[in-house]
Write a protein that binds this ligand. Sequence first.
Ligand SMILES: [Zn+2]
Length: 366
Amino acid sequence: MYDLKIVGGTLVDGTGKDRYPGDVGIKDGKIVAVGKCDESAAETFDADGAIVAPGFVDIHTHYDGQISWDEELAPSSIHGVTTCAMGSCGVGFAPVRPTDHAKLIELMEGVEDIPGTALSEGISWGWESFPEYMDVLDRMPHTIDFLAHVPHDALRVYIHLVVPLSFLQTGYIAIRDRDSIDWGLLLKRVLPLMLLGMGFAFFLLTKVGGPWLGLAFGIMVLLLSARDLYQLRFATAGLEKPISRPASAAAMFGAGVVHGIYASGGPMLVYAIGREGLPKKVFRSTLSMVWILLNVILVTRFMLAGDYDQEVVLDVLLLVPAVPLGTVLGEWVHHKVDERTFKLAVLALLMAAAISLIVRYSAQLL
Ligand SMILES: [Zn+2]
């Protein structure tokens, strides 16, 4: 005897087989018979004229906000979706500090066109960490199953936690090798050009949409890493050929633009300075000084925005041990793996990341 029997429907069972008429028998919450179901049932559901199929799994949704106030998750549930994944495209609402609610709503509105007014009205909040978010969702019954990705845009809002930590590493190198810093290169060329680039970036941010900038960034990373990979693979001598002054100036300006928009101007700057033929010590200490100066600007901006309350300072201190740990681990890998293999791995990783960026932002623009 079944608990439930669905009769008279057309079965599309998900195996790729043609549709066929048949019944479905369910017992203790499980499907126990498909096709011919002779036993009687406590409840019988007439599916005449309907298709009977397994539920769909929707691997790309943006219910991150709606799920906190809506038990039904319509329209997905009406369309036959029985499991949805959310947190797609890197946007979502956890982890989040109470002061950043509006920021994440703006991000979701900007990326996915979900009206910010609806999100502000609807989201119940009451969480900060990701586990707390999941606990809040679990307290409410939902018509379908769901799983949540940790959205990387929400994590990036915590960048003010990480930037101060960079001083530990760069400060250590800059103090240790302070006599090697090339102040002329730093103050006369790198810093003015990078600051100019950052200023241009801030201007660009007010004019051009995020997806276009993301696409441009992806293409730039792809071209640069493909070029380096090609050189590493085929060049016979002199991996880091010197480049002309104007080309180097353009790369430093470009590094400023990238740093202004994505806070990751490192690769382009290394590309420019790496071809100056500097001794390793001068190269490292000068570069460290660049990041100290630029990150002072960033941290000042965070401070003025009120990002560092007592709790945040405590969080930063808790993260401090991660820096020497990362340094030791990095040195270890550096000695274990030869430079060429290490570079190949990094470049391959960069290319994969660039391709995923290009696909993601192209899809948004189409
Ligand atoms: Zn999406």
